[in-house]
Write a protein that binds this ligand. Structure first.
Ligand SMILES: NC(=O)C1=CN([C@@H]2O[C@H](COP(=O)(O)OP(=O)(O)OC[C@H]3O[C@@H](n4cnc5c(N)ncnc54)[C@H](O)[C@@H]3O)[C@@H](O)[C@H]2O)[C@@H](O)CC1
Ligand SMILES: [K+]
Length: 504
C-alpha cells in the first residue's frame, strides 16, 4: 500500500475528479457518507454530537457528516470556524446544505468571538478542523480550541487526521496543540506520521476508510513510502527445486557471540537455518564451542583463536552471505578485525547490534562500508550511529540519507520497521507485535535476512521478505502464546508456520 504525501493526496484527488469523472462536491459526499456510516455503526443516535468544522475541505467533510447524522436522528450541534471570511468552495456548499437542513438545530458560524459549548462525558466531538491541508502548527484561537477539546471528557473522532498533526513532519510541531482523538477515521490511506510511535497519543484507534479514489491514479503516482503487504511478499518467495541439494541452498556465515553472549549466536544461527539456508557456519570464540554444538547441532563451527571474543577476519569465498554483529561486544580487539572483515567480504552482508555500535564509535569507518551492505539498527542504535534525533521523522530522514550515502540498506526496527533503500524508497513492515520487543528478537532477524541472502535473494527482496516473515512468525506465535510471554526462540519456532502461510 502506498503512503502519499499531502501534495500527492491533492494530486490523487484531482486525478479522481477528472478521470472517474466525479464532481469534487460529490467526492466529498462519498467520503462523508462513509464517515457517517462508520460513526453510526459505533455510536447510536442517543449520543449528543458536537461538530467542529474548519474552513477547508476537512471542514467540508465534517459539515456533510453533521448533516448526514442529523438526517439519521442524531442531535447535532455544528460550529464552523470561518475566521478569515474564506471557505473552500465545497466547504461553502456544505455550509449552505447544513443551514438548509431542518434536522440541524444548532449551527454557529464563528467569525470572531467564540463561546465554547459545554462538552460533557458521553458526548461525541467530531474533529473536522484541519486535515491534510494544514501547513503550519496550530496557534492562537485554534490552539486554545484544541486544548479545550482535549481537556474535555467527551470522546473525539478525528476526520482524516487529528487536527494539528502534520501528515509527515512534526519535528517542529507543538504537541499540546494537536487533537488527541480516541478514534481517527482516515480517508483512503494512512498518513506517514501515523506510523510513528510518538503520534499514537493523537490518533487513538485508527480506521482507514476506502473512499474509492482512482485506482489508476494510485498506481500512477510514484510513492516514496509504501507499507509492505502479504501480496507484495508472496511473489518474491523462491521455490525449492525438488532436485536441490544443500550446496545449492546457500551457505551462510554467521559471526556472532562473545563469552556470555553465546545466546545471540545461537539465535541468529537457528533463525538462519529455519529461514532456509542450506548450510550455516558460525564463527564464534573458542569458549562457545560446546554450547553451540549442543544448541545447534545442524551448524558447522569455525572457532576463533581467542577464548572469549572474536579477533579474526576470515575468508568468505565459500559463503554466499555474511551475518555479523550479534553479541560480538565492542572490544577494540574485535573492532579492528571486524572492519577488516567487512572490507574483505566478497558476499552480501548484514551487520547488526554490536557491529553497529562499533561503527558508531569509529565514525570514519562508515566510509569504508561495502556497497549494498544491510544495517539493521533499532532507534537507539541509529541515534548512536547518526546522532540523536528529536523524533521519528528526523530519525527516518537520517536513516534514508545514510542508505543513499552507503548505497546500502538501513532497516530501522520498530513497530513499523522501515527499510530505507539506496534509491530513496522507504518500505514499512506491517507485521509484528509488541511481544517481539524482547531480547534476541533482532538476532533472529539478522539470521533470517542472512539466510535469504545466502539463498540468492536480491538484497532488497531479502530485506522485505525478512522483516515480513520475522513479524509474521511473531504474530503467529503471539496468537497462540500471547504477547506477554513471547521470546525470541518462539519467533524461530514459528518461522516454519510463517513460511507455510506465505507459500499456501
Ligand atoms: N483525497 C482525499 O483524500 C479527500 C480529502 N478530503 C478532505 O480534504 C481535506 C484536505 O482539505 P484541504 O486541502 O482543504 O485542507 P484542510 O481542510 O486540512 O485545511 C485547509 C485550510 O486550513 C488553512 N490552514 C492551514 N494551516 C493552518 C493553520 N496552521 N492555522 C490556521 N489555518 C490553517 C488553509 O489556509 C486552508 O484554508 C482532507 O483532510 C480530507 O478531510 C475529502 O473532501 C474527500 C477527498
Ligand atoms: K481533522
Amino acid at each position: 500500500m502506498k503512503i502519499f504525501t499531502s501534495a500527492q493526496i491533492r494530486e490523487l484527488d484531482r486525478y479522481t475528479i477528472e478521470h472517474e469523472p466525479i464532481q469534487s462536491i460529490d467526492l466529498m459526499e462519498r467520503a462523508a457518507s462513509t464517515l457517517a456510516r462508520t460513526i453510526a455503526n459505533t455510536w447510536d443516535s442517543s449520543v449528543k454530537v458536537v461538530v467542529f468544522a474548519g474552513p477547508g475541505n476537512n471542514g467540508g467533510d465534517a459539515l456533510a457528516v453533521a448533516r448526514l447524522l442529523g438526517e439519521q436522528g442524531y442531535q447535532v450541534a455544528v460550529f464552523l470556524f470561518n475566521i478569515r471570511g474564506r471557505l473552500s468552495p465545497d466547504c461553502l456548499i456544505n455550509k449552505r446544505r447544513v443551514q438548509e437542513c431542518k434536522h440541524i438545530k444548532k449551527f454557529v458560524e464563528v467569525t470572531q468571538e467564540f463561546d465554547p459549548p459545554q462538552l460533557e462525558k458521553g458526548m461525541l466531538v467530531i474533529d473536522g478542523l484541519f486535515g491534510s491541508g494544514l501547513n503550519k502548527p496550530l496557534a492562537g484561537g485554534f490552539a486554545s480550541l484544541v486544548k479545550y477539546i482535549n481537556a474535555s471528557p467527551a470522546e473525539v473522532v478525528a476526520i482524516d487526521m487529528p487536527s494539528g498533526l502534520m501528515s509527515e513532519d512534526n519535528t517542529y510541531n507543538v504537541s499540546s496543540n494537536i487533537i488527541r482523538a480516541s478514534v481517527t477515521l482516515t480517508l483512503q490511506q494512512p498518513k506517514l506520521s501515523f506510523l510513528f510511535p510518538e503520534n499514537q497519543q493523537f490518533i487513538g484507534r485508527l480506521r482507514t476508510l476506502d473512499i474509492r479514489l482512482s485506482q489508476e491514479g494510485i498506481s500512477k503516482i510514484d510513492a516514496n513510502y509504501t507499507v509492505i503487504e502479504e501480496s507484495d511478499v508472496r511473489p518474491l518467495l523462491k521455490d525449492r527445486n525438488p532436485f536441490a541439494h544443500k550446496g545449492q541452498m546457500g551457505h551462510a556465515l554467521i559471526m556472532a557471540g562473545s563469552y556470555g553472549m553465546a545466546g545471540a549466536a545461537i539465535l541468529a544461527t537457528k533463525a538462519c537455518l529455519r529461514a532456509g539456508a542450506g548450510k550455516v557456519t558460525v564463527h564464534t570464540p573458542r569458549k562457545n564451542c560446546q554450547i553451540m554444538q549442543v544448541a545447534v547441532p545442524e551448524a558447522v563451527l569455525q572457532l576463533d583463536h581467542e577464548e572469549t571474543i572474536i579477533t579474526e577476519a576470515v575468508d568468505t569465498e565459500n559463503f554466499q552471505a555474511l551475518g555479523i554483529g550479534p553479541g560480538i561486544g565492542q572490544n577494540e580487539a574485535t573492532a579492528i578485525p571486524f572492519i577488516a572483515q567487512l572490507r574483505r567480504a566478497t558476499c552480501p552482508i548484514v551487520a547488526d547490534a554490536d557491529a553497529i555500535n562499533i561503527l558508531a564509535s569509529h565514525r570514519a569507518w562508515k566510509q569504508q562500508l561495502p556497497k549494498g551492505i544491510i544495517l539493521t539498527p533499532h532507534a537507539k542504535e541509529l541515534d548512536r550511529l547518526e546522532g540523536a534525533s528529536v523524533d521519528s521523522f528526523e530519525r527516518l530522514t537520517k536513516a534514508h540519507q545514510l542508505a543513499e550515502r552507503l548505497h546500502g540498506y538501513v532497516i530501522v526496527k520498530g513497530r513499523y520497521t522501515a527499510i530505507c533503500m539506496p534509491d530513496g524508497h522507504i518500505r514499512f513492515n506491517s507485521t509484528g507485535n509488541a511481544g517481539m520487543a524482547t531480547a534476541g528478537s533482532g538476532d533472529v532477524l539478522t539470521g533470517i535476512i542472512t539466510a535469504l541472502l545466502a539463498r540468492g535473494y536480491e538484497p532488497q527482496h531479502a530485506c522485505i521478505v525478512g522483516v515480513y516473515l520475522h513479524g509474521l512468525a511473531g504474530d503467529l506465535a503471539a496468537r497462540d502464546l500471547g504477547e506477554e510471554s513471547l521470546t525470541a526462540s518462539d519467533i524461530i519456532d514459528y518461522l516454519p508456520r510463517a513460511f507455510k502461510r506465505l507459500k499456501e
